[in-house]
Design a protein around this ligand. Structure first.
Ligand SMILES: Nc1ncnc2c1ncn2[C@@H]1O[C@H](COP(=O)(O)OP(=O)(O)OP(=O)(O)O)[C@@H](O)[C@H]1O
Length: 444
């Protein structure tokens, strides 16, 4: 596996044991500048590229901020810059995602030498692959949320395939996890794969695995794919609309035959996996444009669940806002700030293109400022920045040409020092959609 693929895994924020093994070897043999993020229990969380953050202090920064800096450098660029100029270090990130300190690579090696069992890296067991969120994590009392919860309950009773539709940040993954957690498969694996984030040539091996000797560089004993890992449980195929037609045909086969074929494998392997797919794309339009297979759509759309955007259930904004205030204040060890009068009205008047995710990020930013209260002024600067972007977006929509979209992305990338997270955020699209656009427009 190449370093680039590891970075992809990091961007995907889910790594298998084999990736951990690879990173460990690479750090030992090559003294590379990758850093490993672990939680307080020592469980592996992801890989960071040290150079992009080595010049800045991580003290007091949230994990998200650090990751944004890492992403800002851009994966291609980050890999080009790997060299030995900088001292490698391992930031230790606590359970809440905040950095609590750094240990150097040398210290890490000493730990490995002196301890027989791996002190920092632990193998990911199937247990931490089960769904984390439950139906109780879904906040809101509106009719929309209530009927969403009813759909979750009915979907959990059966094993049919579910297709979750909705804009970015509306809670598609949350709903998928809630279904899995209520179903008979709740103690079995819940495996998520973001079909948009994995490069096309890797997707097949990620999904179906490969046999020993399937290709040069393959692991000695072969590798399990996500379908095999999810056996007995649930697989969540996120951003299914971004899957290429060839892969769509292979997924269709799994749904029809309930068996997978590993790369280089001689026999199909039966799998018992419940599929939950999600997308923000308009699949019916994609079918018309011959970008999505109609037969696969029918196979997936057995239980359709549509999650409306946040602006269609503004009555949930206040409970969501308060919920995340308390959650972040607790995580950061701060007292929950007072909310100034008129704040909720302002929140309700906004149209939330990034939906609940955007609201959640805003709360995190407000809490991190630790100002003791949430004032209207704090919101107006956030909203006016966003509105400025949208005015520019409108121009783009009027032009509605590929060139205009390309130019707009380039402009925002420049404006935000290539910080793709920020750009995705201001454009109100998910990071994977932005990556797809970058790929499509050949923006490096
Ligand atoms: N009703 C809700 N109550 C509480 N939290 C929510 C709710 N809806 C969404 N969230 C939170 O908002 C964030 C975004 O949700 P999620 O990742 O499930 O969205 P998504 O639709 O899958 O987004 P994308 O299409 O960009 O992948 C998550 O942190 C999730 O926990």
């Amino acid at each position: 596996m190449k370093a680039k693929d590891i970075m992809n895994c990091f961007f995907e924020e889910c790594c298998t044991t084999d990736h951990v093994g690879y990173v460990k070897n690479m750090m030992i043999e090559k003294q590379s500048d990758f850093a490993i993020v672990v939680d307080r229990e020592g469980r592996y969380k992801g890989v960071l590229y040290a150079r992009s953050i080595v010049n800045t202090s991580i003290e007091g920064k949230t994990c998200h901020e650090i990751m944004s800096e890492v992403r800002a450098i851009g994966e291609e660029q980050a890999l080009e810059h790997i060299n030995d100029d900088y001292k490698s270090f391992i930031p230790v990130i606590n359970r809440m995602g905040y950095p609590v300190g750094i240990i150097t690579l040398e210290e890490m090696f000493n730990l490995w030498r002196t301890e027989k069992k791996e002190p920092v890296f632990q193998r990911k067991t199937p247990n931490n692959r089960t769904a984390k969120y439950t139906i109780d994590d879904i906040i809101g009392n509106s009719h929309i949320v209530m009927s969403l919860k009813e759909s979750i309950l009915s979907a959990a009773r059966v094993r049919s395939t579910v297709l979750i539709l909705g804009e970015t940040g509306v809670g598609k993954e949350l709903v998928a996890q809630a279904i899995a957690n209520l179903s008979a498969r709740r103690f079995k694996p819940f495996v998520r794969i973001n079909c948009a984030a994995i490069p096309e040539n890797l997707l097949e091996s990620e999904l179906f695995g490969y046999e020993a000797g399937a290709y040069t560089g393959a692991l000695k004993g072969g590798n399990q794919g996500k379908f095999e890992i999810a056996d007995g449980g649930t697989i969540f195929l996120d951003e299914i609309g971004d899957m290429q037609l060839m892969m769509q045909a292979k997924i269709l086969r799994v749904l029809q035959e309930r068996e997978i074929e590993k790369i280089g494998g001689r026999y199909p392997i039966p799998v018992d996996v419940r599929v939950i797919a999600a997308t923000h794309a308009d699949l019916e339009r994609m079918i018309e444009n011959r970008e999505f297979r109609q037969d696969l759509y029918y196979r997936l759309n057995v239980i359709p669940i549509h999650i409306p955007p946040l602006r269609e259930h503004v009555e949930d904004i206040e409970p969501l806002f308060n919920h995340y205030i308390n959650l972040y204040a607790e995580e950061m060890g701060l007292t929950a700030p007072n909310v100034e009068r008129g704040v909720y009205e302002m929140l309700k008047a906004y149209h939330w293109p990034g939906n609940v995710r955007e609201l959640k990020n805003l709360v995190e930013m407000l809490i991190a400022s630790n100002s003791g209260r949430i004032a209207k002024g704090m919101l107006s600067s956030y909203f006016s920045d966003k509105l400025e972007y949208e005015r520019q977006d409108e121009n783009y929509l009027k032009l509605n040409s590929i060139e205009a979209e390309r130019e707009m992305i380039l402009k925002y990338l420049k404006m935000h020092d290539n910080n793709k997270n920020k750009v995705a955020d201001v454009l109100g699209i998910s990071r994977s959609t932005l990556y797809n656009k970058l790929k499509r427009y050949q923006i490096k």
